[in-house]
Structures are given as C-alpha cells and as structure tokens.
Design a protein around this ligand. Sequence first.
Ligand code: NAP
Length: 490
Amino acid sequence: MTTLQSFDARTGQPLGAALLASSAADIDAAVRAADAAFADWQSSEGTARAALLNALAAALESDREALVALADQESGLGLPRLNGELDRTAFQLRRFAGLAQQGAAFAFTDDPAVAGGPPAGHPAMQRVRVPLGPVAMFSASNFPFAFSVLGGDTASALAAGCSVVVKAHPGHPHTSQRVFGLVQAALKSLNLPAGLVAMVQGAGHEVGVSLVQHPLIAAGAFTGSTRGGAALQAAARQRARPIPFYGELGSINPVVATPQALASGGEALAQTLAGSITLGCGQFCTNPGLLVFQRSEASSAFVAQLVTALQVQQPHVMLTQGMRQALDKGTQAQLAAGAKALLHEPVAALQPRPFLAEVDAATFIAQPDLHEEVFGPASLIVWTDSVAQTLQVLQAVGGSLTVTLWGLNDDTPENRALVRGASAIAGRLLFTGVPTGVAVTAAQQHGGPWPSSTEPMSTSVGDTALDRFLRPVSLQDMPAWLAARHGQPC
Ligand code: NAP
C-alpha cells in the first residue's frame, strides 16, 4: 500500500503518522459517490445550496484554533496569515451562499417567439444553464484553506450545482483531512449525501491523473504550477471524451513604473514593493516577479531604496524543502541567463533570503529562461530605454495574472499603448498598490493568458467563478412547466 507523509515545514521532520494514499478503487468509489450525489444536487434550490455553503463557513470558523495550528505546522505560513486566510475562505463560502440564494446559477435569457419567417421570425427560446457534473478539484500548496478542500473552486462548483472530488495537496495532508472531516459532518447534519464532496490523496501524480481521467468526471479545476497544470490539462484532453480544465497557474506579474512614479513614490513605495516581494515568503501566484523600469536617475535611486528595503526583510521558511531547492535553482537559472545579482545572499537553510537581480531588455526578450516564474521572495528588474521597449518586454512575458502600471495619470498615446499592451497579456491591471492580495468580489478577474491560466476567459476568484461550471442549453418551444422553472434545472 502506498503511503503519504506530512512534514513540519519549519524543521523538515516527519509530522504525524503516514497516511494511506488513495487506491484506484478509492478514486473510483469517490467519483461514483460524487456522481450519485450530483443527480439531486444539480436541480437543488438556491436556498439548499446556500444552507450548505453557510454551514461549511461556520464549521471552518468553529474549528479555527486547531485548523490554523495544524496548517501552520504543515505550511510554516504563520498564525496571522493563516487566520486571515481562514477568514477569507469563510467569506468566499458565504459570498457564494448569497449568490446561490439569489439564483445566480439560474440566470437565463428569455427570447419570446417573433412571428414571421426567418431570419427575423423565430420560435420561443430560453437559454438556460445546466451544471457540468462532478468536478475534480486540485488544491494548491500555498493556500491550505482558500485554494484547498473548501476553497473557492469547491464553493463556486457547489453553488453552481456540481458535486466535487477534491485532490488534496500532499503539502498539507493533515489539514486537508481535518477540513474534510468538517465537510462530512456538515453534509450529515443537512441530510445530504457524503459523496457531494469527496476527497482523494496521493503520494505521486498518478492519483491526480486517474481522477481527471475518470469517465464520470465532467470538469477539472486546478490551482498550482504551470508544469503540473499543463500535465493535468494534457491528461484531461487525452480522455476519450475530453473535458473542460480550468487551470490557475504560475505568473510573474510585471510591475511597470514611470521614472516620475518611482521618484514621487520614493522610499515608502520601495518599502511597499519589498513587502509584496517577500510576503508569505514570496509564495503567491500574484508575487511581483518582474520590475520593468525605464532607465533614469530616479529609477536608479528607487532601486537603491528597494535593495535597502529588501535587505531588512526576514522571509519565513518555505512551504516544502522541494520549493526551497526550486527557488535556488530558479535564481541560479536567472544568473546563468545573463541577469546580474543586486541582492543575493545564498543560505543553505530552509529559510531563504530575498533575491533581486537586473538585466537589460534585449537580454530579457531573447532569454526564455528569464520569463519563468521563480516561486519565492525573488524579483528581476528589466531595464528599458523607451515605452516601445517596455511594450516588447510585456509581449515577451506573454501571459500573466496581473500587470501593475504606476504613473499612468494622464490620457496620452504612450499611456494608452501601455494599457493596451498590459491588457493583451493579463487578466487584472492595477494602477496603484501591489499585485499581492486578490479581492473576492463581483468585478474580479483572476486568470490571464497562458502560462498564467489554461482558460483566460474565466476567473477562479470572484462571483463569476461559478460560470465555469455551467453549460448553456437553449430550450426551443419549451412546454409551459419547463419555462416556469425560470432557469432552474429539473
Ligand atoms: P503543484 O506542484 O503544481 O501542485 C498542485 C497539484 O497538482 C497538486 O495536487 C499536485 O499533486 C498536482 N500535480 C503536480 N504536478 C503534477 C503532474 N505532473 N501530474 C499530475 N498532477 C500533478 O503546485 P503547488 O506546489 O501547489 O503551488 C505552487 C504553484 O501554484 C506556483 O507556481 C504558484 O504560482 C501557483 N499558484 C497559482 C495560483 C493561481 O490562482 N493562479 C494560486 C496559488 C498558487 P501531486 O504532486 O500529488 O501530484
């Protein structure tokens, strides 16, 4: 039997007993249970969906102390961050409860018949949406609550009327088990089938691949690395019946700043940026990994302030030893590709030091290795000579969750070109502040062109995340009873 071992993130020592990895039979049973539960859940009332999501939020909060302590041991992310993350997770569960209650999943287009022949005349049509079916949901390591068992994907899929099979992340298996225990208790207390939210876990990639390839799985929702997401997307496509795969992947999140913005922001802005680069030890998909500055005295002065601000930062340990090694490999690859270190204090410990390097635009554009995400407290400055060159740098990045644009206060042709160039590669543009921190709200877009996500037309954060799990169906000349359901599946 294959087992799965958790590790204490701070010591690297085994934590607790080894857990059993899910066998092929376990995965099959979990998916079949989710499929059986889907039969009723897909036509459930918004109030029933809201009751479950609210109960799950309350369950998380009721077990806060133990959950946060356990997640802290497994991730090393620290109590303040994890308490904040638990709050956010409960908030998003309640937000989707509100949306379910309001009937967001039942929104439909009513198109009454128009007399006469085509093309103007047409029969009565109603365009409704139906839930896809059981969703395979892959948790990320760096959000043990908000992008894990009860994270945004689970919340939005349940609100849409789908059942969920979670693939727990091997970086926090005990936390996942504990949250899953709360889910099962909540389902039981509401007389809902246990299979509505199932969970599998593994010690290797086979479990995730088998899950996404199970014939009864109708969609994949993934948060993690570009490499892992690409492998699972390929597995989803190789099926006899390929399915939608929503992958939220890695990103380098360029920060573009005019010399004037850097001059007026000064030391305070340098402190803010240093805080964002090192927040959570740099382990955020929205971490500012690329700083695109135009050469000027003001920009050089700002970089000196940034180095000073980074020097005093004390990032905590990384989530896993593997990630710690990947950070060193990533920074070495940048140096090998022509970047020059500005701040580089190699340490052998689990706890890394901030890294900052610089490179000219031409080298950056020519070296694909420099476009890769380096997961951790690291950032690369790219020096440009003009706005035109800045645009070429953005084009070379290709796809990002965010682009930050500081100093675009006036309506000028150059600023319009920057907004166009940034919109072409990213799902969210920020004009002040830093990209870390993603609001769970109506207008949020968390997902950009490849390699930051597999489906840039959709978002994994915010209200419209539930649209990913609904498929449109047109009802033509439908009977009165069906029209009277007003978009609620039967
Ligand atoms: P990860 O290593 O890709 O793991 C994510 C999941 O994919 C795990 O369940 C993992 O489990 C599975 N997996 C990984 N490689 C696989 C493969 N080749 N085949 C099948 N399954 C595979 O990513 P992570 O360590 O959790 O997170 C770090 C990354 O996530 C960073 O790049 C970060 O930027 C990104 N991230 C993105 C977002 C976003 O919203 N865009 C949010 C948070 C994090 P197994 O290893 O057990 O197979």
